[in-house]
Design a protein around this ligand. Structure first.
Ligand code: XMP
Ligand code: MG
Length: 178
């Protein structure tokens, strides 16, 4: 690997793929009547969402939300901004939020609140990664791929300064960058 800022692989693509399949099957079981409207939180979730939705055996709708809280560094600014809202109707519908990683929980709490204000029938959360060590809110994902230690990770959609989203595995950012 020639990228200077990143070190070991934390999660290999094969492990990620297994976790994505497991989550997809669980979601299908939990919504026997109709699959929920799946709402990906951009940008980080785009690769996870793409893999997750291709495991689904039944039709459903999807949409995206764009939120931002991080500046260019690795610590949350603590302020979440809505940059782009959903376009599909949400009222009285089951919604499943799809997120790359839950860290402080501020981003997901904001997204849940946003959907509740739009009177969603139910809101559940599917997160590929759960990093519970800095949690500042009550949020707990309903579906989790992996619970990870307090390390800044990149790849599979996750960025550092908008770099490394394209990497197929999930890597830890080198300490010198933090
Ligand atoms: P909060 O703290 O609001 O964070 O739960 C959620 C958002 O923060 C970003 N985030 C990370 N991005 N590697 C990343 O590339 C990480 O280790 C990391 N931790 C948090 C991410 O954008 C997520 O949507
Ligand atoms: Mg990010």
């Amino acid at each position: 690997m020639t990228h200077a800022d990143i070190s070991d692989v934390l999660l290999f693509r094969e492990q990620i793929s297994e976790a994505v399949k497991r989550m997809a099957h669980q979601i299908e079981e939990d919504y026997p009547k109709e699959l929920p409207l799946m709402v990906g939180i951009l940008k980080g979730s785009f690769i996870f969402m793409a893999d997750l939705v291709r495991q689904m055996q039944r039709p459903f709708e999807m949409d995206f939300l764009r939120l931002s809280s991080y500046g260019s560094g690795v610590d949350s600014s603590g302020k979440v901004r809505l940059r782009m809202g959903v376009t599909r109707p949400v009222r009285d519908r089951d919604v499943l939020l799809v997120e790359d990683i839950v860290d402080t929980g501020l981003t997901t709490s904001y997204a849940v609140g946003y959907l509740q204000r739009k009177r969603a029938g139910s809101v559940k959360l599917c997160a590929l990664l759960d990093k519970p060590s800095h949690r500042q809110t009550q949020v707990a994902p309903d579906y989790v791929g992996f619970t990870i230690p307090d390390k800044f990770v990149v790849g599979y959609g996750l960025d550092f300064d908008e770099q490394y989203r394209h990497l197929p595995d999930i890597h830890v950012l080198k300490k010198g960058q933090l």
